[in-house]
Ligand binder design. Structure first.
Ligand code: ADP
Length: 203
């Protein structure tokens, strides 16, 4: 099925945009959601994570101790690579399974790290980037997550640059201070384009 990879920096509005596509009946496969599920209680990634990192990284209910793992991988790139060697193949396999089960003329695959993690671009037919300024990202994430400014900056610093995401884009949604109806209008325009590209006459 025709697949659009939806990406954007933290706080750019990926979830908000994905919701607007979902409201038009487009199936959404969210790799962040999958990553969360496979590291939740009894998730497929938990036995290999326990084996690789030790039982202290597993909570009482069998999920990943996210705070502990975040603290480890934030400053240790080798640990990050070891974790990703476990999670990435599982995320890819589960994404494929959900893609195959999805029904519709096309689907959206939400991949926050599409630009950072190399192979995704070749796994989708088109890349849609949600763009906004770094200042807006900071403001939104501080508000949404109640994170201090420094923490948001540190996350943004680890992600691809705005320019790199723009360079990877086939299509763009500008979500700077867009009111929801303006955002919806951009989504509607792209929805029609994707229906046409997927070979479905738009009603
Ligand atoms: P992402 O999934 O890219 O991290 P979200 O869609 O969760 O981003 O958006 C980040 C935060 O900003 C959310 O709280 C969301 O409600 C808010 N937000 C997103 N777009 C807008 C907008 N156009 N106007 C106001 N708030 C917005």
């Amino acid at each position: 099925m025709f697949a659009v990879g939806l990406t954007g920096g933290i706080g750019s509005g990926k979830t908000t945009v994905a919701d607007l596509f979902a409201a038009r009946g487009v199936p959404i496969v969210d790799t962040d959601f999958i990553a969360h599920r496979i590291t939740g209680p009894n998730g497929a990634a938990m036995p290999p994570i326990a084996k690789e990192f030790g039982a202290e990284f597993v909570t009482a209910d069998g999920a990943l101790d996210r705070a502990k793992m975040r603290a480890l991988v934030f400053s240790d790139d080798t640990a990050k690579a070891r974790l990703e060697a476990i999670t990435h193949p599982l995320i890819r396999a589960e994404t494929e399974r959900e893609r195959n089960a999805a029904k519709g003329p096309y689907l959206i695959v939400v991949v926050p790290l599409l630009v950072e993690s190399g192979t995704w671009k070749s796994r989708v037919d088109r890349v849609l980037t949600v763009d906004c300024s770094v200042d807006t990202q900071i403001e939104r994430v501080m508000r949404r997550n109640a994170f201090p400014r420094e923490q948001v900056l540190a996350i943004i610093d680890k992600q691809a640059t705005r320019d790199a995401r723009l360079a990877a884009a086939d299509d763009l949604i500008v979500n700077e201070c867009a009111a929801l109806d303006e955002l919806a209008a951009q989504v509607e325009r792209l929805h029609r384009r994707y229906l046409a590209l997927a070979g479905t006459p738009s009603a």
